[in-house]
Design a protein around this ligand. Structure first.
Ligand SMILES: [Zn+2]
Length: 275
């Protein structure tokens, strides 16, 4: 059993200051500062190293008005991981903040849900509002990887290695998948954008960018079931993750945190959006 236990690192690479009404369908009456953090994740285990999502680069940060705090490749290297050695990248979905930095992992094969590539190349992309979170160059790059034999597709729930599996959630994007990772504290779910902030899953609220509201809400129950407890669900964009979990080292404070160890503070399930 011990062979199937992994370490997980949350790596914050970018930041966006915004007011809370931007983070919830229907707005938020508090109208307070509620920034988003942008993460990639690294999983280290006996069956190899995995990277979950690839972030965006400086040009995309400029285009989208986001601030890069530590470039993705630099942050991965500072964990002691050589990006060129990575053989598996799991893309949770194809929104611009999850699948850029095309050349960062030159040896990797990319794990993606069937329904995500179909969605991102299909009829719903003819609607401008559905295209907003996508970038055509990201999608074309993904199609080129398909033709280069560098994509492994998944349909629903699939195990990539003992103790490591992907699960289609949908909702925020049609083929959004989360990643379940067995750790020494039990199964942790990297929810990615199945819940942007703790407030979404804990309060049953919905992020405004949504393919299907019903799937978002059902997804909250799903990620909770897949995780050992509410404290084992890791949201995709909550700056609190770096406060709740111990940093990898003092030099990586505010950049990278360990998710396979217990949080510094408990009571995530009780965390509400700031009042
Ligand atoms: Zn996102």
């Amino acid at each position: 059993m011990i062979d199937d236990v992994y370490e997980i690192y949350a790596v914050r690479y970018a930041h966006h200051d915004r007011q809370s009404p931007e983070n919830f369908l229907g707005g938020d009456p508090h109208d307070i500062l509620q920034p988003l953090a942008y993460f990639v994740w690294a999983i280290v285990g006996p069956h190899g190293h995995y990277v979950v999502d690839t972030g965006f680069d400086a040009a995309m940060a400029e285009k989208r008005g986001r601030t890069i705090t530590t470039p993705v490749v630099e942050a991965i290297e500072r964990l002691g991981i050589d990006p060129a050695s990575i053989e598996d990248v799991i893309l949770t979905h194809l929104h611009y903040d999850h699948c850029g930095n095309y050349d960062a992992f030159p040896r990797a094969r990319y794990h993606l849900q069937d329904s995500e590539i179909a969605y991102a190349t299909g009829r719903l992309m003819t609607h401008p509002v559905m295209r907003i979170p996508f970038e055509v160059d990201d999608i074309v790059t993904m199609v080129r990887r398909v033709f280069a034999g560098r994509v492994e597709f998944h349909d629903g729930d699939e195990e990539l290695a003992p103790g490591l599996s992907v699960h289609r959630i949908g909702g925020h994007s049609k083929g959004l998948q989360c990643v379940r990772v067995m750790t020494r504290r039990g199964p942790v779910v990297l929810a990615s954008d199945a819940t942007h902030l703790y407030a979404h899953v804990n309060e049953g609220r919905v992020y405004p960018v949504t393919y299907n509201v019903g799937e978002v809400l059902e997804g909250y129950a799903r990620i909770r079931r897949l995780a050992a407890s509410a404290d084992h669900v890791i949201p995709g964009h909550d700056p609190a993750v770096l406060d709740l979990y111990p940093s990898v080292s003092s030099s990586l404070e505010g950049i990278a945190a360990r998710l396979d160890v217990a949080p510094r503070q408990v009571a995530m399930a009780a965390m509400a959006s700031p009042a």
